[in-house]
Design a protein around this ligand. Structure first.
Ligand SMILES: Cc1cc2nc3c(=O)[nH]c(=O)nc-3n(C[C@H](O)[C@H](O)[C@H](O)COP(=O)(O)OP(=O)(O)OC[C@H]3O[C@@H](n4cnc5c(N)ncnc54)[C@H](O)[C@@H]3O)c2cc1C
Ligand code: SF4
Length: 480
């Protein structure tokens, strides 16, 4: 260990931008066994591991790095999977520069962080290859049944941990495939869909029942679910897109990011969604403008490049240093040919009610920091110009759908933001109803959704066990 002074930081080989622009395959090759062990060996084995504090799951990073460096891969995988239900997914798509690797002491000392995410992926990919990951066979069946609404990372993580404890689990989702944003939001070039399917198939083989094409509020009510199950976990994410409020923002020609990405991800399953066939959701040979600076915007610009757009521009009202998306993703996008117009805000979408033909853009400057800690953009008078485009995509973030109407007014107490209010232990205001993931935090990250799912499973299990204990407690004689 401690080889960080003599061995340079190395990420897995990244395919050349020219090549990866042409397909949707993942951009990184896997680590070889030697490269994985070498990079793990750079860890300084800190007594107080800041990387672990930087990881929402508090993964035992130094331990599994040491085991991987020593070639004890099965033990490394056991250690890693003890705190995470999807290490190979987090290893691929966590913004490590803002989490574990950003906190790594070696990074702070200027040597370049241990490539934690890549080693994490390498460990679990080895486990899949070696056949160490098998269906869950609980030691006993508790006889309790838990309903999970939402098959995204929060719901899947909860289902896995609950099944391990011996509970029956049924997952309901309105989509036709399980995975939530892992399947229909995040593109293949960041996360191959086979990686997600492998996880959901394992859950199915473990006895978890998936009821897909089943929507809470349409096909089933919360009341019915509470009657059917001993506990219900709500993990329905946030899907109401923020609207562009400038003139033209209501044009039917303006494409919402999720509609665009979902169609592209469906293409990856060899489907041809209607909007794609009509050309509305296909960037081929078109000049594309994406409005926004988060992860969703980065996924849209990079998807448009792969669909064969003639030009792709990202408009963002702050500068590079103040954008919410991962710096690594921006670098990938630039390599692939995306043009970033920093400090540029849309003031009008040009065109008519049905079609768009461009965006009127105003230049901005940055003022003092706002509540989010980022500097507030301010318009520069007289700086407007028109930017032509054939496809304009709005990627401005998400908020929860109306939970009150999904639950016919019989749902849990909400926050003023419309997210579900929970105690620090994932319990909602309704007995036996728990919640986690984006529907509690607002649009967040996969790793936080996994944490919420795992935490909720632990609380649900404890509450169900307490119920048994209460039922079997001997009646105490009242004191004289
Ligand atoms: C385009 C995009 C890219 C992203 N990239 C990254 C990234 O690179 N790294 C990262 O860490 N995070 C990323 N995120 C954020 C991350 O995907 C989310 O934080 C995470 O998926 C939230 O998990 P969840 O389980 O709470 O919700 P979701 O993944 O949204 O899953 C919710 C599930 O609930 C279902 N559902 C919703 N309503 C109902 C209903 N009424 N009845 C039944 N089912 C319902 C949905 O169909 C869905 O399957 C990205 C988000 C987007 C939109
Ligand atoms: S889960 Fe994410 S933050 Fe935690 S160690 Fe893995 S990549 Fe880093």
């Amino acid at each position: 260990m401690l080889r960080f002074t003599g061995l340079d930081q190395q990420y897995p080989d990244k395919r050349p931008a020219k090549e990866r622009r042409k397909d949707f395959d993942e951009i990184y090759a896997p680590f070889s066994a030697k490269a994985g062990a070498d990079q793990a060996e750079r860890c300084s084995q800190c007594g107080v591991p800041f990387c672990q504090s930087g990881c929402p799951l508090h993964n035992d990073i130094p331990d599994w790095l040491m085991l991987a460096a020593e070639g004890r891969m099965q033990e490394a995988w056991e250690r890693s999977s003890a705190t995470s239900t999807m290490p190979e997914i987090c290893g691929r798509i966590c913004p490590q520069d803002r989490l574990c690797e950003g906190a790594c002491v070696i990074e702070q000392s200027g040597h370049g962080a241990v490539t934690i995410g890549a080693v994490e992926t390498h460990i679990t990919e080895t486990a899949w290859k070696e056949g160490w990951i098998t269906p869950i066979r609980p030691k006993r069946d508790t006889g309790f049944s838990v309903g999970v609404v939402g098959a995204g990372p929060a719901g899947l993580a909860a289902a896995e941990r609950l099944r391990e404890q011996g509970h029956s689990v049924t997952i309901y989702d309105r989509y036709d495939r399980a995975g939530g944003l892992l399947v229909y939001g995040i593109p293949n070039f960041k996360l191959d869909k086979a990686v997600v399917t492998r996880r959901t198939e394992r859950l199915e083989k473990s006895g978890v029942v998936f009821k897909l094409n089943t929507e809470l509020g349409r096909d089933v009510s919360l009341e019915e679910l509470r009657a059917r199950h001993d506990a219900v976990f709500l993990a329905i994410g946030t899907y109401k897109a923020h609207q562009l409020t400038c003139p033209g923002g209501g044009s039917a020609g303006l494409v919402p990011a999720m509609e665009y990405l979902t169609a592209s991800n469906r293409r990856g399953f060899d489907e041809t969604p209607e909007g794609f066939a009509s050309g509305r959701l296909n960037a081929k040979d078109r000049r594309v403008i994406v409005i926004g600076g988060g992860d969703t915007a980065m996924d849209c610009v990079r998807t448009a490049i792969r669909q064969g757009a003639s030009a792709v521009t990202c408009l963002y009202r702050r500068d590079r240093a103040n954008m919410p998306g991962s710096a690594r993703e921006v670098a990938h996008a630039e390599e692939e040919g995306v043009v970033f117009e920093w400090l540029s805000a849309p003031v009008a979408v040009l065109g008519d009610a049905q079609t768009v033909r461009g965006v009127r853009v105003q230049r901005m400057m940055l003022g003092t920091a706002d509540a989010s800690g980022r500097r507030r953009p301010m318009a520069i008078a007289g700086s407007e110009s028109d930017m032509p485009a054939d496809l304009v995509i709005a990627a401005l973030g998400y908020e929860p759908e109306d939970v009150d109407s999904l639950t016919a007014g019989g749902g849990p107490v909400l926050t003023p933001r419309g997210t579900v209010r929970v105690t620090e232990r994932c319990r909602t205001s309704l007995p036996g109803v728990y919640a986690g993931g984006d529907i509690v935090r607002g649009a967040s990250l996969v790793v936080w959704a996994i944490k919420d799912g795992q935490d909720a499973a632990a609380v649900i299990h404890a509450d169900l066990m307490a119920r048994i204990a209460a039922e079997h407690a001997p009646e105490l004689e009242p004191a004289e």
